[in-house]
Design a protein around this ligand. Structure first.
Ligand SMILES: C[S@@+](CC[C@H](N)C(=O)[O-])C[C@H]1O[C@@H](n2cnc3c(N)ncnc32)[C@H](O)[C@@H]1O
Length: 369
């Protein structure tokens, strides 16, 4: 199979079977015998076509009078992506894509893609041009203001940067800044309440602290164990636990630092998860906000007096961050954390187009009583 055939297979599994782009692509690449350069091309075609699905449909729909069969729709999106966004020369974008069509629809696919190639596009809205669902576009504009929202959404249509830590762990720089913000020291005891797959837990333990790394998903706790062993960080103690009901008993709060890197809508990491924008629904944010508040309520009391509580999310919304309340006895830490954060309410935020990182929000508190 050539690169476009592999890409089409991935896209059909995403569109027709609901597969996740970041899971199905490595599996299909593993089955192929493609060279590294072609593998990168497949990833760009799959991720890019998935992200730009709404924009690709708008390009195509000008020349289609009735809804094509799902496999034809996917092929047209793949062709439109190459023509409009991937910088593929038009003769290859059209010719190689048409070659993947069944004989019955080859003429149709060819005619539509030739039209897409020739006609200039008047985008009906920025949401269509940037390829986001309307509700999500509006929500980001409300949260960030129009200029920052448009810039953030444009950057989240690009492939992510890859950053590698000194120990070889691949981790976004923003996540590395969150781990540093915990400011743990050798000999201290830290709770990472939502720890899988262990990116921040292993970074925190590297200083010589002991990190209790909890997560509610057993298969994800297995990833913490694997990752801690791989980067040779013995100070990570993994535990399966629902941290809305922490399994730690005793009269005294035991931890010098608690980190809640909460499950969230992930709206700051859309460049990494190309299909996420089509999966997330408006109600999900409210559900997640409730869970996040429960995790805060249950985990913050485990901080010793004088210790710190850090809360982070890889989203951009106040509803999932600054709107939350801590139990009594905590005060915000006002010193800026390491990294390129900007003030956001009582906390800090980094936007995806500012520092080349994922978008994140960070809140830090000290327990005063
Ligand atoms: C944003 S991820 C954590 C990423 C991790 N801190 C890292 O840096 O690699 C959120 C995690 O919270 C876990 N989670 C969700 N609900 C939970 C709960 N009630 N208790 C503990 N963990 C939970 C999820 O399984 C997921 O692994």
């Amino acid at each position: 199979m050539n690169a476009r055939e592999v890409a089409l297979r991935c896209l059909r599994r995403i569109e027709e079977d609901g597969a996740y782009a970041n899971l199905v692509t490595p599996v299909e690449l593993g089955r192929s015998r493609l060279e590294p350069r072609d593998r990168r091309f497949v990833t760009d075609l799959v991720y890019g076509t998935t992200r730009m699905r709404r924009a690709c449909d708008a390009l195509v729909d000008r020349f289609v009078s009735s809804e094509p069969a799902p496999e034809v729709r996917t092929l047209l999106r793949l062709g439109a992506y190459q023509l409009e966004f991937a910088g593929v020369p038009p003769h290859a974008a059209v010719g190689e894509t048409v070659a993947l069509a069944s004989k019955r629809v080859r003429g149709f696919v060819n005619a539509v893609l030739r039209n897409v190639e020739r006609a200039s596009m008047q985008w009906p809205s920025d949401a269509v041009r940037l390829s986001y669902p309307d509700w999500l576009f509006d929500r980001l504009v409300d949260a960030l203001g129009r200029d920052d929202a448009l810039a953030a959404m444009a950057v989240m249509n690009e492939p992510p940067t890859v950053t590698e830590r000194a120990d070889g762990y691949i981790q976004d720089l923003g996540s590395q800044w969150v781990a540093s913000a915990v400011e743990a020291a050798a000999g201290e005891l830290v709770l990472d309440a939502c720890a899988a797959p262990g990116g921040k837990a292993t970074a925190i333990a590297a200083c010589g602290a002991t990190v209790v790394a909890a997560d509610s998903q057993p298969h994800r706790v297995a990833l913490i164990i694997e990752n801690a062993a791989r980067v040779n960080t013995p100070g990570v103690l993994s535990v399966v636990a629902d941290m809305t009901r922490p399994p730690f008993v005793g009269e005294h709060a035991p931890f010098d630092h608690v980190l809640v890197d909460a499950p969230c809508s992930g709206l700051g990491t859309l460049r990494r998860r190309p299909d996420a924008r089509w999966r997330i629904e408006p109600g999900d944010v409210d559900q997640l906000a409730l869970l996040q508040q429960r995790l805060i309520d249950a985990s913050a009391p485990l901080v010793k007096p004088g210790g710190t509580f850090t809360y982070s999310v890889c989203t951009l919304l106040a509803e999932e961050s600054t709107a939350h309340r801590l139990p009594g006895g905590f005060g915000p830490i006002s010193e800026p954390p390491p990294g390129e954060w900007r003030r956001f309410g009582d906390g800090w935020r980094v936007l995806p187009h500012e520092a080349g990182t994922d978008g994140m929000i960070l809140l830090r508190y000290r327990r005063t009583s």
